[in-house]
Design a protein around this ligand. Structure first.
Ligand SMILES: [Zn+2]
Length: 310
């Protein structure tokens, strides 16, 4: 196979079409070389995807720019490595660029987490999502206020809570009910670009899922849940993380897995799904680094899937 080559380098002042960041260096496959037509079989239907048609739904983490933030955590930051006789920055005379990073994956941007987020056991994110390509369904779901639903949450809902409901999910999933996708991607509406740099706090707390909604997702049977909210649970929820417990089938108020807990499931939070991606069926490539621990920054890639003829 011919490896893709770098076809375009953006100069200062140009904007990358992919992540809309200035001075970004875009590495894109050559238009004709190394592109694969990927054919997959899901249930009884064949689909194909173009390996060059992927779109990242990760929020680009700009260490020197605007970042999303949860709970007022320190910004993700980078520093040139400084050792005796060495500085990891060419602009400062170093022989190469070597950064030290400080990141809180759960709070600084798009990240993927395992069941270890809520249990004592080590299910490392670096060992998760080994089904590196799987079928995903992308749906768009409106955020509604708690006064407009009779659905439940633990702890009790407040009137001002903003919610993703089971009713909304069921309506959005209706065209895909027969598919049994391995992953579900939820774009919440309205889909404003402010999600790329939103600071979530007590004054601007994000939407979350009702208990009924997370049960709908469990009934769908998907292993990977991806969404543009910073959490499936309420920001201030008395530490219950009810929806996380239901999603992984861990008894509520417990940090112990059981034989029935779903260790292979992941949740990706604080993604951003551009409007250019239509609701529909995709091939998901969920990319996570090989870290120990419960969570890591991630870069989920969606490739549109089209049914093949015949
Ligand atoms: Zn998280």
């Amino acid at each position: 196979m011919v490896l893709p080559s770098i076809t375009k380098v953006l100069r200062q002042g140009q904007i990358c079409n992919t992540c809309r960041i200035l001075r970004h260096v875009l590495i894109a496959p050559n238009a004709t070389e190394g592109i694969m037509k990927i054919t997959i079989q899901h249930l009884t239907v064949s689909y194909f995807a173009d390996s060059a048609a992927g779109t990242s739904i990760a929020i680009p983490l700009q260490f020197d720019g605007a970042q999303p933030n949860h709970f007022g955590t320190n910004k993700a930051s980078h520093e040139p490595l400084r050792l005796a006789g060495f500085i990891g920055k060419t602009e400062l005379g170093g022989s190469c660029n070597v950064d030290t990073l400080q990141i809180v994956p759960h709070c600084n941007g798009t990240h993927t987490e395992t069941i270890s987020h809520i249990v004592n056991d080590d299910i490392w994110i670096g060992h998760a999502a080994m089904d590196v390509c799987c079928m995903a369904v992308l749906i768009s779901v409106p955020v509604v206020t708690a006064t407009r639903t009779s659905e439940d949450y633990r702890p009790q809902l407040n009137n001002e809570d903003k919610l993703i409901t089971a009713a909304s999910l069921k309506a959005a999933l209706r065209p895909f009910t027969e598919l049994k996708p391995a992953a579900l991607v939820i774009r919440t509406l309205p889909n404003t670009t402010t999600k790329r740099s939103q600071s979530y706090s007590a004054e601007s707390s994000p939407a979350f899922l009702t208990v009924d909604a997370i049960k709908v997702i469990n009934e769908l049977g998907c292993r990977h849940l991806l969404l543009d909210l910073p959490s499936v649970d309420r920001m201030y929820d008395d530490g219950l993380l009810t929806n996380h417990h239901i999603f992984w089938n861990v008894p509520e108020k417990s940090h112990a897995m059981t034989a029935d807990s779903w260790q292979d499931k992941t949740i990706t939070e604080m993604a951003f799904i551009d409007d250019a991606l239509a609701d529909g069926v995709y091939l998901l490539n969920l990319q996570v680094p090989s870290f120990s621990g419960d969570a890591a920054p991630s870069r989920p890639i969606l490739l549109p899937l089209q049914k093949t003829n015949g």
